[in-house]
Design a protein around this ligand. Structure first.
Ligand code: NAD
Length: 310
């Protein structure tokens, strides 16, 4: 039987992209994948969805002759290099067939997202910035929230693929808007996580049990997402990164990167973000003092209560 579903190129198969590409393959799309780490490619080819997955030998090969091209890379410089080229190597925009739809789901600065989308437009290619919220569990489970910037027509074309990988799709506005909305969200997340960790440390230092205090604040005006579903104090919430020595989850390195993006965004728009700036200092201090870059961001609890270090 012929596969009538769109063909997809996918580059960046890390903690997030691996699960997203697998879900597309499991939904019946033919997915051509590439990553600089051959083991990330192999893990997908060997997965139960492997029948719909082909390993490409380069990003350009993953981008040529596909209907939709998706990237999920660490930062703006990687996205710039992938699409526009680096040194002598050309960018993947040069390898794409006319009418390829491009979706970049990396969390990067809005200026790079707009620059790459403008270069794509020059080649008559539609491009969306579509960063995500929902973490690795959302990527694995196909329940991500996509925060999209770009033209209505491009989003209409992208919707069927996004619906496979996510359960919420928001159109924030024109090109770059997805990145701005994402950065606002993550700045708020950093602030309420740090505030939650500080309040729990204060209670524990004064003789309260972290679980009892959490139950009280959850039902009171201090309740918030960090406290309610991602409690940063070890032993309070089963399954949270805090209860597995802060392994996995959303890395301190990535949160620090996102707070840097928030500061850049504030500078460009002459906005004042004193809490976001302080949060950047807190997470950077924590990363350096506790060698915590590869730990989940809720490990910021260690700054306020060093006794939670294992
Ligand atoms: P990751 O470091 O696990 O994965 C990135 C992958 O990209 C790696 O496998 C790397 O080898 C590959 N890569 C880098 N440059 C490449 C290139 N030029 N060509 C091919 N492959 C290349 O990162 P991640 O956790 O998957 O995050 C990806 C993006 O998603 C980041 O922008 C991050 O901020 C964002 N994000 C992450 C989470 C999370 O919980 N991890 C949540 C929301 C958003």
């Amino acid at each position: 039987m012929t596969n009538t579903k769109k063909s997809i190129g996918f580059v960046g198969l890390g903690n997030m992209g691996g699960g997203m590409a697998r879900n597309l393959a499991q939904a019946g799309y033919s997915v051509r994948v590439f990553d600089l780490m051959p083991e990330a490619v192999q893990a997908l080819v060997d997965s139960p969805a492997g029948a719909n997955i082909t390993a490409a030998s380069s990003a350009a090969e993953a981008a040529s002759s596909v209907d939709v091209f998706i990237s999920m890379l660490p930062a703006g410089r990687h996205v710039d290099g992938l699409y526009l080229g680096q040194g002598d190597s050309p960018g993947v925009l040069d390898a794409m067939a006319p009418n390829t739809l491009i979706i970049d789901s990396s969390t990067i600065d809005a200026a790079t997202a707009q620059k790459v989308a403008a270069a794509a437009e020059q080649k008559n290619l539609l491009m969306l910035d579509a960063p995500v919220s929902g973490g690795t569990a959302g990527a694995d489970g196909g329940t991500l929230t996509f925060i999209v910037g770009g033209a209505d027509a491009a989003l209409a074309q992208a919707r069927e693929c996004l619906e496979v990988m996510g359960s919420n799709i928001f159109h924030a506005g024109p090109s770059g808007s997805g990145q701005i909305a994402k950065v606002c969200n993550n700045m708020l997340l950093a602030v309420h996580m740090a505030g939650t960790a500080e309040a729990l440390a204060l209670g524990v230092k004064n003789g309260l049990d972290a679980g009892v205090l959490s139950d009280i604040m959850k039902q009171s005006s201090g309740g918030n997402w960090s406290l309610n579903v991602y409690n940063p104090y070890p032993g309070v919430m089963e399954g949270s990164p805090a209860s597995r020595e802060y392994a996995g989850g959303f890395l301190v390195d990535l949160m620090t990167k996102d707070l840097g993006l928030a500061i850049a965004c504030a500078e460009q728009s002459a906005s004042s973000i004193p809490l976001g700036s302080l949060a950047k200092q807190l997470y950077s201090m924590h990363r350096d003092a506790n060698d915590a870059g590869r730990l989940d961001f809720s490990s910021v609890q260690m700054l306020f209560d060093p006794s939670v270090k294992s």
